[in-house]
Structures are given as structure tokens and as C-alpha cells.
Ligand binder design. Sequence first.
Ligand SMILES: *Cc1c(COP(=O)(O)O)cnc(C)c1O
Length: 431
Amino acid sequence: MTSNSPATISSKLFAVAKELIPGGVNSPVRAFRNVGGEPFFVRRAKGCRIEDVDGKTYIDYIGSWGPNILGHAPTVITNIIHEVAKDGISFGIPNPFEVEMARTIRDWVPSVQKVRMCNSGTEATMSAIRLARGFTRRDKIVKFDGCYHGHSDSLLVAAGSGALTHGEPDSAGVPKDFAKHTLVLPYNDPAALEAVFAACGEQIAAIIVESYPANAGLVFPRPGFLDLLSSITKKYGALLIFDEVMTGFRLGKAGVQGLENLTPDLSCFGKVIGGGLPVGAFGGRADVMDYLAPIGPVYQAGTLSGNPLAMAAGLAQLRELEKSSGFARLDALGAYFEKGLRALLTAKGIPHRVNRVGSMFCLFFVDRDIINVSDVMQQDLALFKKFFWGCLAKGVYIAPSPYETGFLSLAHSEADLDDTLSVFAEVLAEI
Ligand SMILES: *Cc1c(COP(=O)(O)O)cnc(C)c1O
């Protein structure tokens, strides 16, 4: 099953792309492998709609995988990019936007006393891990099965067979010697966490966790789990790193840590903070952050880090969210969509779970509660594939994978959500 008949411009472009780019894409999830088919190519996007190169339009529930919280090409961002670019695109010399961005992050996120900008979420988590290791002078890190933190070596590690086994590389090209320092635990499992710290807590530099895991479905912490991460790291002198690359500046001014009232030692950001341009950031306790070069021994750098276009675009996005009471509006839209989705699936008698927080949602075709990634894996994949292609044909673009979280933006209206729910109903009636 593919979206493209051989005659479409998309299919011709993809044929050429496959000759030139591995798999035809510059990031694997774009290849539609989880739904079996070929991606379409985008010509333009505005608001909540995407138009492909063949002229078909879709209501979009991905928003560039998170950054586009105002919708596509919002005027406040396109205007500022034009304006700022006239005065220069990159200097490699400090510019005032960097200071303004740092001040904004610090004002919005109470745990952040100092912050360093970089160019992607991957850089942010990679650098936070190095910093935690340098600061604690320890090598081991703890991560959770199903949490994605970008593609750096230490973090591309999957679970071993038991809680205390060392991680195995999740990708060819990651030396076992790197992976062995990464301990992978099941999420939402306090006993496994306590066992690991009891066994080797003094060697653990940090726990890194997706504040709400949202890269293998959308999974919520059980009551007390995040508090345990906080207390156990304190007890053993390790650091707690919150990866808020997806949730930061999407679920409120202070992300999940604001919702859950937690104070991680370090936090990682990306996506929304760049307004659609390539940006990442990591920040936290000043005494830890001051371990970074040029004043500390932990090296971290970037030719384009803090560049004026990305800083200005990100700031424009944050200001607009604040000005328009965007987070409250997004939460209302999310609640409206969730209610409609649940009612629809219940009426059709289809086993499901809908996990949602603010403007992030995930529909699971599954008949069990979602506690961790093993529940996510129980989904009805055949049903998801049919659902995905049915929606695409009718002009609704959801993630081409059952393991991804969907996003609403301020450009979605209740009418758009109603149209989408009607499409869902038609598609479910046909399969
Ligand atoms: C997207 C994401 C990353 C990686 O960010 P990139 O900008 O793609 O490198 C890291 N952590 C989380 C939680 C993410 O969602």
C-alpha cells in the first residue's frame, strides 16, 4: 500500500531521492517504513495545513514533529526572520538575541539558572550527559527503555535482558564499550531503579529521562515515579536530567517540570524553542553549568550556536505563546479533541486508549493501560496501518508510525478538529 501512484510528482521525486540520499530521506521516520509505503513531498504549508507537490492538502497533526506550535509559517516568525536576516545571518560573535533567549528561558523555567544554546535536541542531551559526567567524575548513566534522547552514542542504547545487565548498542557503529556505561531500565518501575542504585549508585553520573516519554507512544509517569528519580539522584550524588526537548515550551512555560513541580539539575530543550529553525539548549544549576568551557573543564561548542535567526524566531514564537495565552488555548483544543476521539472510538466499539496532555496526544489501538513501552508494543499494527492510509487519502496527516505522539497547534480550530473526527469516523467505518 503506498500513497503515491507512479505518476505523481512525489513518487518521481522519491525515486530520485532514493538514488541520492540513503533511503531517500534525511531522517528515518520520514520514510514511512512503519506503515509500508512512500512519503509525499511538501510544497508549502500554512497554518494547520500542508500542501504536497501534487497539490493535495492535508490537515497536519505533526507540526514538523513538534516545533510548529503556532502552526506552519506564522507571520510573527516569517516577518522576524526577514527582518533579522537583513542585518546578517550568522556572526560567530555574540549577539543580543542570545542574551534575550537565555533570560527568557531562565524566567520561564525556574530550575534553569544558566543555559547554553546549541543546534539540535541531540546536541543538547549529548552535551548534558558529558557535563553530568564531567561534574560528577562518574561514567555511568541511567536511561529508560522507550525513551528517545536523540542519536548520540551513549543514548542509542536498548535494554539488556534484565534490569542490571548493561545496555547493548541500538545501532551499528556504537562501540559496546560506550554502551556498557548506559544502564537501561523499564520506565515506571521503582523497584528496578532502586536495585540499580543499590548495586552501583556511586558510579552513576545521571539519570536522563523524557519528562513525559513521547517517542514510543505517549506514556505518563505513575504517581511518585518522578519524585523518586529526584530523591534517589540526590541521595547518591547523581544528577537528574530532564529531557524536555519535546515537552519544553509546549506544555506550559516551564514544561513538565512546571506541571509536576520538580526541579531537575539539568534540562534539555529544542523543537518549540527554535520556532522551526534548528535549535537546542541545555541548562540548569549554575554550579553545574559553570563546568562548561570556557570557564570549566567540559568542552562543548558550535559554529552556529545562538545564531541570530534561530534566536529571533524562537523568541518570537515564545512571545506569541505568552501574548495569546497560547498554553490555555492549546489545552482546551486538546481536551476537545480527546473527548471527540474517545466518544468516536467507544461508539464504534474499537478497543483503544487515548493519552493526552495539553496539545500532545496519542491514540493506541490496544486494550490495556499504557504503563511502559511493552504495553505500547501490544497495539494492533494492521489496524493502525489501514487507519493511517485511510486518513491520508482523505486529507488528514497523522504520524506515519503508531509510536509517535501527535501535536495540535494554535492554528487548529475546533472546526478543523471536527473535520478530522469526521474523517476518522469515515475511515473506521470503511475498515
Ligand atoms: C526530538 C527529540 C530529541 C532530539 O532532538 P533533535 O533536534 O531531533 O536532535 C531528543 N529528545 C526528545 C525527547 C525528543 O523528542
